[in-house]
Design a protein around this ligand. Structure first.
Ligand code: DQA
Length: 150
């Protein structure tokens, strides 16, 4: 069956500041560069991008993705470590969600080692810098082609 050929790219708090925010940790590429990278990688798919600094907005975008997309590339940023609401939104949809972290959260502060999101995500890419979004896109498309739901 032909899918919708749509992927949602969802970025959480402070990722609007990419490029100037802690460049030693997150690099110098901007959020626009990230969107372009995902668009260039996701051949044959339309990319719908949302960024918000507000938890409830992210819940709304994930719910919409469940209706409008074949899969989601999600960097929940700091909400990774705090948000049951975002986790429950992912549990409520049936399309695959790939969790991305630009930095290697496992070699940073211990509060970044726990993710509420990982147990409900289909895969996780951590520590590859902004290139992680490209890797996540390739992996997500492969899962969709194989017909994996979650
Ligand atoms: C992040 C890691 C989080 O711990 C942090 O709060 C972020 C970005 C990353 O992409 O490495 O804002 O998700």
């Amino acid at each position: 069956m032909m899918g919708k050929q749509v992927l949602f790219l969802i970025n959480g708090p402070n990722l609007n500041l990419l490029g100037t925010r802690e460049p030693n940790t997150y690099g110098s590429d901007t959020l626009d560069d990230v969107v372009q990278l995902v668009k260039n990688t996701a051949e044959g798919f339309k990319i719908v991008h949302h960024q918000s600094n507000h938890e409830g907005d992210l819940v709304d975008y994930i719910q919409s993705a469940g209706k409008e997309a074949d899969g989601v590339i999600l960097n929940p940023a700091a909400y990774t470590h705090t948000s049951v609401a975002i986790r429950d939104a992912i549990s409520a949809i049936s399309v695959p969600v790939i969790e991305v972290h630009i930095s290697n959260v496992h070699r940073r502060e211990s509060f970044r080692h726990h993710s509420y999101i990982s147990p409900v995500s289909s895969g996780q890419i951590v520590g590859f810098g902004v290139d992680g979004y490209r890797l996540a896109t390739l992996g997500l498309i492969e899962k969709i082609r194989k017909g994996e739901e979650k």
